[in-house]
Design a protein around this ligand. Structure first.
Ligand SMILES: Nc1ncnc2c1ncn2[C@@H]1O[C@H](COP(=O)(O)OP(=O)(O)O)[C@@H](O)[C@H]1O
Ligand SMILES: [Mg+2]
Length: 224
């Protein structure tokens, strides 16, 4: 497993993980890095589609011709909690299968952006959850905070879970998903003092997002 990588998690579903992951992938491609997006577990495939929408967006952002089954080894049709969707079809999610997919992707990519589903403690089976993917793949964790009322609690709990698992919390992103939120700046400032990982970017609602080479280096996704 020689590829660099990052695990993109969020305070919740809809926090902006795909927005951040695709923006990271485009920045890597622009920087000349062979980058690939993965979403190992996805639940929700639109009527008439064969691929989860996030997985399709990740693929479009990196432009690599990879099997969708390597990008997304576990794809479930209903948009429900993934372990419930898995159980419904008699599937047990296996981290070894996810790691094998990662290894195949790592043969053609130098940097891999792995998007989780939902937040940090989304169950994947009886004994493990979303952060166990980051642990198995030995990836640093980037937390996308959807800035809205409640985000202080969600972000601090997520950070605690990342630390308790012994994972490297490499940074966080403020994503302003509720532009009308009161005291949004104060919330972001509060998190900047309380989260012991660097704020990588503060993304505005409906403004073009971009990461520069320094951001990629801070996330250890681009060479020195
Ligand atoms: N900063 C932003 N500006 C505009 N739209 C955004 C922004 N962040 C997220 N979105 C939109 O909000 C929705 C949820 O974001 P998404 O990245 O899919 O979240 P997640 O992957 O965490 O579920 C998507 O439709 C996405 O395009
Ligand atoms: Mg997503």
């Amino acid at each position: 497993m020689t590829a660099r990588g990052v695990f993109v998690t969020g305070t919740d579903t809809g926090a902006g993980k795909t927005h951040v992951a695709t923006t990271l992938l485009r920045a890597l491609v622009t920087a000349g890095v062979r980058a690939a997006g993965m979403k190992p577990v996805a639940a929700g495939i639109g009527e008439g589609y064969s691929v989860n929408a996030d997985v399709a967006l990740l693929a479009a952002a990196d432009g690599l011709d990879l099997p969708m089954s390597d990008r997304n080894p576990y794809a479930f049709a209903p948009a429900i909690a993934p372990h419930l969707a898995a159980r419904d079809v008699g599937v047990a999610i296996d981290l070894a299968v996810i790691e094998a997919a990662w290894r195949r992707v790592a043969e053609v990519a130098d940097a891999i952006v792995v998007e989780g589903a939902g937040g940090v403690c989304v169950p994947l089976g009886a004994q493990f959850d979303m952060l166990d993917i980051a642990r198995r793949l030995q990836l640093p964790v980037l937390l996308v905070v959807g800035v809205r009322l409640g985000c202080l609690n969600h972000a601090l709990l997520s950070a605690r879970a990342i630390r308790e698992r012994g994972l490297h919390f490499c940074g966080w992103i403020a994503n302003r998903i509720e532009p009308a939120m009161e005291r949004a700046d104060d919330n972001v400032a509060e998190l900047a003092t309380r989260l012991d990982a660097p704020l990588i970017a503060d993304l505005r609602w409906k403004r073009p997002a971009a990461f520069d080479i320094d951001d990629l280096r801070r996330l250890d996704l681009a060479g020195a």
